[in-house]
Design a protein around this ligand. Structure first.
Ligand SMILES: C[C@H](O)[C@H](O)[C@@H](O)C(=O)CO
Ligand SMILES: [Mn+2]
Length: 417
């Protein structure tokens, strides 16, 4: 008996159809974050580098992409090694303006033609984010909640420019663009006034989303909160509660990033709470180690439990999935492949869960059977099903992709100085 036939039968015994699971797992779009390719540096003229942003990529592995063409070449290579449907998640500071300096409040769709042309050739959709960091007007730690009205207005104008760009992406690529807002605003130490910045943040967002010339079916705005950031250890203006309330009251998508909670909190447990009220969630898979360190995603319990919960709640049509990690200490293409595969593996595990059996045991009051089956599923051969999924998607099986990355490293990355 072939390993896959054995695995299919083992799952069938628990009422799980592996064929269905493979098909569904391949169909769910995962939005690749462009910023792993260049360590979150952006392509602006002149380049600011990563500063004042509340986030940081660490490490000095050689071969970082230095311009848009190199980023796109690397991303195309990565896409060749990944099974399933993908999108690309761009940040505004990846605008390509040549030698011309274009301020963030003045960027336009034409500054992204390199990306839209590439997305068309890859047959993928684009997602987008305003870049509220790595800019002189963000370096004191406040943007949309800044006490200075002119600074706030600059960032409001930036966000509105970005919404027009997101709408343009959706039109050109015939696919709604998820447009996620995360601001680094906050304080290193206890502020005397926690109210005023939050009121200003709310008002700034109201000004941004009040622009009703934007088609909300094309530009799908999401908002992302955080527990703390670099330089905002004590106070984050856009806390989780702020955004949960804001998104709900303004009919926006709420983003949950696995790195943005206290380490003992379960993000998986939050899904069934938020989905009682919110229509959709944007999930950023990430891996915090001791802090929001944005390590490469692996198939750890946090990621696995998140998608188990989506599977058990039949909530696949209520989520957008995106990646958010940036590790500059290892080969960046390998980082993409590891993190994206782990995310889709977690989805597959969620789809292979014998939920009906578990719920039946629960209904019958048999806690021991439920627990035993949950433990049993950990030992089931999901990896064999995963290999079959890769085979059907015509991508390398197991760790065979490492050879492709090694070849690319010697032929391409090693020539980047
Ligand atoms: C670069 C992204 O916008 C950023 O990582 C954001 O999503 C975040 O998680 C900040 O901590
Ligand atoms: Mn995030």
């Amino acid at each position: 008996m072939k390993p896959y036939d054995f695995a299919r039968d083992a799952y069938a015994e628990l009422g799980v159809d592996t064929e269905k699971a493979i098909k569904k797992a391949l169909s769910i779009p995962v939005s690749l974050h462009c910023w792993q390719a260049d360590d979150v540096r952006g392509l602006e003229t002149p380049r600011e580098g990563l500063a004042g942003g509340g986030i940081m990529a660490t490490g000095g592995y050689p071969g970082r992409a230095r311009n848009g063409d190199e980023m796109r070449a690397d991303l195309s290579k990565v896409l060749d090694l990944l099974p399933g449907k993908h999108r690309l998640n761009l940040h505004a500071f990846y605008a390509e303006t040549g030698d011309t300096v274009v301020e963030r409040d003045a960027i336009e769709p034409r500054h992204f033609t390199g990306w839209t042309d590439w997305a068309k050739s890859e047959k993928i959709g684009l997602d987008f984010n305003p870049t509220y960091f790595a800019h002189p007007l963000a370096n004191d730690g406040y943007t949309l909640s800044h006490a200075d009205k002119s600074v706030r207005q600059f960032w409001i104008d930036h966000a509105q420019a970005c919404r027009r760009i997101a709408q343009d992406f959706a039109t050109k690529l015939k696919s709604p663009c998820v447009h996620n807002h995360w601001v680094p605003d906050g304080a290193k130490d206890a502020p005397a006034d926690r109210f005023a910045p939050r009121q200003r943040l709310r008002d700034s967002y109201d000004a941004i989303f009040g622009d009703d010339s934007i088609d909300r079916t094309k530009c799908v705005d999401a908002v992302e909160g955080k527990l703390f950031g670099l330089g905002s250890e004590e106070y984050v203006v856009g806390s989780q509660e702020f955004y949960s309330n804001y998104a709900l009251s303004r009919d926006l998508v709420l983003c949950l990033d696995l790195g943005h909670f206290h380490p003992t909190e379960s993000v998986a447990d939050k899904v069934s709470t938020h989905l009682q009220f919110h229509q959709k969630l944007l999930l950023h898979t990430s891996r915090p180690i001791r802090w929001d360190s944005d390590h490469v995603v692996i198939l750890d319990d946090a990621v696995r439990n998140l998608f188990l919960e989506i599977g058990r709640g039949k909530a696949w049509n209520k989520i957008f999935v995106a990646l958010d990690f940036f590790d500059a200490s290892i080969n960046r293409l390998a980082a993409y492949v590891i993190g994206t595969r782990a995310t889709r593996q977690a989805m597959l595990c969620g789809l292979l869960d014998p939920t009906s059996r578990l719920k039946a045991a629960e209904k019958a009051g048999s806690g021991h059977e439920r627990l035993a089956l949950m433990e049993h599923t950990r030992a089931l051969p999901w990896g064999v099903v995963w290999d079959e999924l890769c085979r059907r998607a015509n991508v390398p099986v197991g760790a065979d992709w490492l050879q492709d990355v090694a070849t690319y490293e010697s032929k391409v990355l090693s020539h980047r100085t």
